[in-house]
Ligand binder design. Structure first.
Ligand SMILES: Cc1cc2nc3c(=O)[nH]c(=O)nc-3n(C[C@H](O)[C@H](O)[C@H](O)COP(=O)(O)O)c2cc1C
Length: 283
């Protein structure tokens, strides 16, 4: 074939049988019928709704404990992202063995389970414990709404649309998120291959690749930068538009100055009018 390609058959579980597909490693915790927290290993877990509403998609065997617990009525589901450490991954493989009860799994679980940190708990609902060793944790609720998402499958797999209720991240990584430039070591899973092994990798140090200078910035880049800042301010879309001319290297500094000034003025919302006012004062 041109370019040296060779066509391979698209098999079931094509991500690990017919290709190389890098995936995350997520320990999914849910609450079982007897109130215990169940922990299962998952990799088919990806961002699904990213703007306005925030969702993850989790794909699980229909008869897993995780599926059973969610379908059984408690829709709370926590995604625990563990760091790359061989002993953690060894235990993740152990917790990924199908057919074990929650009690059996708890005996083998080497992770530390601590109560959910969800701030606004629904009354009468049990929340799954979370894995304390995690770098980050997404506390989610399964949204069982066929209008929003429906996948009519008959392959024994279930697709769970999980609304992200909160994201918790270890302090040092929350700081890295704000400042940029440093990354935790999260494992990459290449799946169950050779009928014998799960294959994991750790990634190298990420490097930055600047976008070409002549591309400038757009309102989305401004919004992206704003969302990474620690201020409790609401921004109007038109306000982002006002800032597209700010050179990229100064953007963070300008946004910080605007935000700190707005907070000290008691403002809650950044509007184009407010930016004009601040701009005038600058001159
Ligand atoms: C690293 C890893 C990733 C896995 N990813 C998935 C997955 O995305 N979907 C799935 O159905 N099973 C996956 N499995 C297999 C499940 O872990 C296995 O079915 C396990 O029994 C699920 O736990 P549970 O029954 O407590 O929910 C994975 C296993 C491992 C070790």
């Amino acid at each position: 074939m041109p370019g040296g390609f060779s066509e391979v058959k698209v098999l079931d579980n094509f991500y690990q049988t017919s290709s190389f597909y890098p995936m995350p490693v997520v320990l999914v915790s849910t609450v079982s019928a007897n109130g215990l927290t169940n922990v299962g290993s998952y990799s088919l877990c990806f961002p699904f709704g990213i703007a306005g509403e925030h969702y993850m998609m989790l794909i699980s065997r229909g008869d897993s404990n995780t599926s059973t617990n969610l379908l059984g009525g408690n829709k709370k589901c926590t995604l625990n992202f563990i760091p790359y450490r061989r002993r953690f991954l060894k235990n993740a493989v152990c917790l990924g063995y199908p057919g074990e009860t929650t009690e059996e799994k708890l005996r083998d679980c080497r992770f530390t389970l601590v109560p959910s940190m969800c701030r606004e708990k629904e009354e009468g609902v049990s929340y799954p414990d979370v894995v304390s060793e995690s770098i980050q944790i997404f506390e989610c609720t399964w949204v069982d709404d066929k209008e929003l998402f429906h996948y009519a499958n008959d392959g024994g797999e279930r697709h769970f649309l999980l609304r992200i209720d909160s994201i918790l991240i270890k302090e040092r990584w929350a700081a890295a998120l704000r400042r940029g430039g440093r990354f935790p070591s999260l494992p990459v899973d290449y799946g169950y291959r050779d009928g014998k092994y799960f294959w994991f990798a750790h990634h190298g140090r990420p490097y930055s690749e600047p976008i070409p200078k002549n591309k400038g910035i757009d309102a989305n880049s401004v919004a992206y930068e704003v969302q990474r800042m620690p201020y409790d301010l609401e921004w109007e879309d038109a306000a982002y538009e006002r800032l597209v001319k700010v050179p990229r290297v100064f953007l963070k500094k300008v946004l910080t100055a605007i935000s700190e000034r707005a907070i000290s003025d008691g403002e809650k919302r950044i509007t184009p009018g407010l930016l004009d006012k601040y701009n005038k004062k600058e001159r």
